[in-house]
Structures are given as structure tokens and as C-alpha cells.
Design a protein around this ligand. Structure first.
Ligand code: AHG
Ligand code: MN
Ligand code: MN
Length: 333
């Protein structure tokens, strides 16, 4: 039973046995993400301040180069992940190619690959709006002992062993799944501890929020245009409410709590939309499905897509099951 005030650390230890491979490595991996997220949280929170102190040039008071926060977050997560003897490879939205991580004594024995979007919604940083981090974890498919290969990263989403996001919002939360439901932990910044605040999160089966960048309306496929019009019609519980932050993590987090659909369709300007299958769509799809929601590219399940390249993009429809099904219905017509 869930105890009140259970910490993330306690939760990880108590639930370790439910992992498919319970050697403790995945627990340690999630622990390291928890730690890196705290550091990134600290950096994100002082973003405005750094702008002020760095306003005279490219260097800060310590003489260090000012870094864009997405580059800094990328470095912080990579640094934390490579020092743990667990990860054999990392792929990041901020890196052109995957990174091979060696284990103890320069070997290639580590078993897990991590894919991540270190800072999602980074254009919102400058205006003090919530951003996030998204991560996705797989077991390697090449034998341990050999250097990790591209195919270890190009696994369909249903092979994920864990996925999560951190939302740096009005409070900082870590939300993740290992395939046994979804739990959310809120950081108490005063003592640097995450507490289980949202046990067993459930995506409402239906909702009244639709989230899409309607500025692109003219370029959307006809099925999407018709679904948007359906959301705006006056009938039953419609018209729905439109909410779009422009931070995938925040938009989906809100919809998961309140009920809603998030859409980033393809358009005549972007054949596969904008979002990346490996760093954004697959991890969010795993979380959303584990909470009872649905994620599709408009026609098929996101997690069944066989990736062909690291930075592949895919149209994304994600949220309350009934709403995503409705959108698919409009697109199939
Ligand atoms: P990132 O900051 O990692 O590049 O991701 C931004 C993404 C996503 O968070 C958001 O939902 C979407 O881009 C917004 O795109 P538009 O500005 O085109 O609506
Ligand atoms: Mn992103
Ligand atoms: Mn990003």
C-alpha cells in the first residue's frame, strides 16, 4: 500500500522486484536521472538570473562560457549517466550521433541504452514558462561486451523498459513508468527530496481540452482540420477548450490530469510533423498508455513503429483514449 510521504528513493527500492530484470541496475539508472534532474531544475530556476549576470558578454562571473540551457542540460544528464556502469549508449536530441559509453576497465558490458530530450520546450525558457526533460530506456539487443550499435537505439517503443519525464513547472515533478502504471513524484526544493504525490496516474478516458498549434491550421491534412472543427462545434460537451503551451511535457502532463488530446500533425510544410519518435513520442506514448491513454500517428500505434533513423520525426496524436480514437476516425475518412 502507498504510504503517505513516501520518497522516490524509498519507492524505487520497494518496487525494484517488479522490474523485469531486477538486478538493481535499472533502479540505479532511475536514481541517477533523479539526481541529474535536481541539478537541471536548479539551473532552470535561475535562468532569468543567469541572463542578468551574463548580460555583459559571453562569459559569466566565474569566467565560464554562458551556455544555452538545452546544451547544459544535455551535458548534465550525459555526465550523470556515464558514471554509473549501467549505460552502454546514449542518444540525445542535442547530439548528431549516439554516444558509446564504456564500462568498468573500458569494457562494453553495460546493458542499457538511454534516449533523451534533455530540455523540451526550450523556447519557453526565456519567457519563464514550464519546460521539461524526457527519457526513454531500453535493454541493448546486441550482446554485452561489444560496442553498442545503432540498432540498439532503433527499437520500437513497445520494447522500452522505462520512460519518464521531468516537468520544471510551478513545482518540479518526475513522472515515470517501468511498465507497471505511472507514478508522479514532486520535488520539495527545500530539502531536495521527491515525494510520491501522484500515485497510479490515470489518463481520463475522455476530456474537454484540445492542444494543437492552430497557427499551422492552413497546412494541416483535411482530416485534422475537420477534427479541429469538431472540437469547436456546439454539441453535447463541446466546444472543447483550447490549451497549448508549446512544451510537449507540460501540455501532456496537464491533459493527463484533466483529460484532453495533444496533436502535432504532419503539414504541407513538414511531412512528418516536428516531434521526434525516439526522444519525445515513444517515451510519452509509453507513459500515456500505461496511464490508460492512447498515442498514435493518426493511423497506427506509435510504439509499434519500427524506427529507421535516430532523429526521425513522426505525426503525434496523444491523450484521452476516446479523443484520440475520434481524431483517428476523422483522419481515416
Ligand atoms: P524542443 O524544445 O525539445 O525542440 O521541443 C519543442 C517541441 C515540443 O515541446 C512542443 O510541443 C513543440 O515543439 C512546439 O512546436 P511549435 O512551436 O511548432 O508548436
Ligand atoms: Mn522536445
Ligand atoms: Mn529539446
Amino acid at each position: 500500500m502507498t504510504q503517505p510521504h513516501q520518497t522516490l528513493g524509498e519507492y524505487i527500492i520497494e518496487n525494484q522486484k517488479t522490474f523485469q530484470y531486477s538486478s538493481g541496475e535499472l533502479s540505479r539508472l532511475i536514481n541517477s536521472i533523479r539526481l541529474a534532474a535536481k541539478v537541471v531544475n536548479h539551473e532552470v530556476n535561475k535562468a532569468g538570473l543567469v541572463d542578468i549576470t551574463g548580460a555583459y558578454g559571453e562569459t559569466n562571473v566565474q569566467g565560464e562560457d554562458q551556455q544555452k540551457l538545452d546544451v547544459l542540460a544535455n551535458e548534465l544528464f550525459i555526465e550523470t549517466l556515464i558514471n554509473r556502469e549501467i549505460v552502454c549508449g546514449i542518444a540525445s536530441e542535442e547530439e548528431d550521433d549516439f554516444i558509446t559509453v564504456k564500462g568498468h576497465n573500458e569494457n562494453h558490458d553495460n546493458k542499457y541504452v538511454v534516449l533523451m530530450d534533455p530540455l523540451d520546450g526550450s523556447s519557453n525558457i526565456d519567457v519563464n514558462v514550464s519546460v521539461g526533460t524526457i527519457f526513454s530506456i531500453y535493454r541493448r539487443i546486441t550482446p554485452a561486451g561489444e560496442p553498442v550499435q545503432l540498432k540498439d537505439f532503433l527499437q520500437p517503443g513497445h520494447q522500452q523498459v522505462a520512460a519518464g519525464y521531468i516537468i520544471y513547472g510551478t513545482s518540479t515533478m518526475l513522472v515515470y513508468t517501468t511498465g507497471h502504471g505511472v507514478n508522479g513524484f514532486t520535488l520539495n526544493p527545500a530539502i531536495g527530496t521527491y515525494y510520491l504525490s501522484h500515485p497510479n496516474m490515470q489518463f481520463p478516458e475522455s476530456g474537454r481540452i484540445y492542444s494543437v498549434n492552430e497557427g499551422n491550421y492552413i497546412h494541416f491534412p483535411i482530416g485534422v482540420k475537420k477534427y479541429i472543427k469538431y472540437c469547436q462545434e456546439e454539441e453535447g460537451d463541446r466546444p472543447y477548450t483550447s490549451r497549448y503551451i508549446g512544451s510537449l511535457v507540460s501540455d501532456i502532463h496537464r491533459n493527463m490530469i484533466k483529460g484532453g488530446i495533444y496533436m502535432y500533425p504532419k503539414s504541407s510544410k513538414a511531412e512528418n510533423g516536428k516531434l521526434r519518435l525516439l526522444y519525445e513520442c515513444n517515451p510519452m506514448a509509453f507513459i500515456v498508455e500505461q496511464a490508460g491513454g492512447k498515442a498514435s500517428d493518426g493511423f497506427q500505434r506509435i510504439m509499434d513503429i519500427q524506427p529507421t533513423e535516430l532523429h526521425e520525426r513522426v505525426p503525434f496524436f496523444c491523450g484521452s483514449k476516446k479523443m484520440v480514437e475520434k481524431a483517428e476516425e476523422f483522419m481515416s475518412k
